[in-house]
Design a protein around this ligand. Structure first.
Ligand code: 13P
Ligand code: ZN
Length: 271
């Protein structure tokens, strides 16, 4: 059996959570990550027949039965994960009943997965239905994105346009736009269902006055999407109430999208 602390997926979790903390996106226990792992790869590090604990997940995740995820623990601080991954992360497998998580490794102090597991697993289901290669769901609280939530209407088209117009690369990085949910109570199935509905259309979903979800085939893709939104939100907020005399026009957005051959939300442009 190989040493799990050196597994590539463990290194990615440690590096990403530390980076996100340093960027100021994950104060205290803010944020959570779930990363779907290949069963054969996990089998190199763990005895897959050894279930440490069974934890109810509070809904039926039938399409994910048998799937294995590494998931951040609830209440855990991203800044501490790389020092003690076995307490602050867990590897779970969705059991045959679809309603139970089988703990294969981690949550050593008796903890459990993030309180946002419904949003994570429901988002995995939604993304996999449109992109079978999706593996990562990430949630965090980036500062400028949240600041922007106070001044821009919480609506997909308006919010996406505001971001696209700050910075030329945005429409290339997230041509599919950003879904936006109104403020909602977090940590329950209702916000999970609302998030998953948006995830059928978008890889990025903003939770009004709370944070953002980014998804992708890889950790880099999910991270890069959030990073680009946050950069654009920063550019949107820094000028404050100064008059905006230059902005990227709709025909220019179209020209960039066409140059890079991306499938963009044409209905989000006024042409
Ligand atoms: P957890 O500590 O349960 O992951 O919650 C953090 C968070 O960001 C809630 O939205
Ligand atoms: Zn949160």
């Amino acid at each position: 059996m190989h040493y799990i602390y050196n597994a590539p997926f463990m290194e990615e979790m440690k590096k990403t959570t530390a980076n996100m903390y340093r960027l100021g996106w994950d104060e205290r226990n803010g944020g959570n990550i779930s990363y779907m792992l290949d069963e054969k790869m996990v089998g190199v590090y763990l005895d897959l027949d050894n279930v440490i604990r069974r934890i109810p997940i509070g809904f039926n995740a039938k399409p994910l039965i048998g799937k294995i995820f590494i998931v951040t623990g609830t209440g855990e601080y991203f800044k501490n994960i790389s020092d003690d991954p076995e307490s602050k992360l867990g590897i779970i497998r969705i059991a045959e009943d679809g309603c139970t998580a089988e703990l294969l490794w981690g949550y050593k102090d008796g903890g459990k997965f993030t309180s946002e597991l419904p949003a994570h697993l429901m988002s995995h289901m939604a993304r996999l239905s449109v992109d079978p290669e999706n593996r990562v769901v990430t949630h965090c609280h980036p500062t400028y994105t949240l600041a922007m939530n106070q001044v821009v209407p919480l609506e997909d088209r308006i919010f996406t346009r505001a971001l696209w117009k700050t910075c030329t690369e945005c429409i290339v990085v997230f041509p599919d736009g950003v879904g936006v949910l109104p403020w909602m109570v977090c940590g329950n199935n209702a916000i999970g269902e609302a998030t998953a509905e948006k995830m059928k259309e978008y890889r990025l979903v903003v939770w009004g006055l709370h944070g953002i979800y980014g998804t992708g085939k890889t950790m880099d893709e999910a991270f890069g999407l959030i990073e680009t939104v946050e950069k654009a939100a920063q550019l949107y907020m820094i000028p404050g109430s100064m008059p905006r005399i230059n902005t990227i026009e709709d025909d220019q957005l179209r020209a960039v999208a066409e140059r890079f051959g991306v499938e963009y939300r044409k209905d989000f442009l006024d042409l």
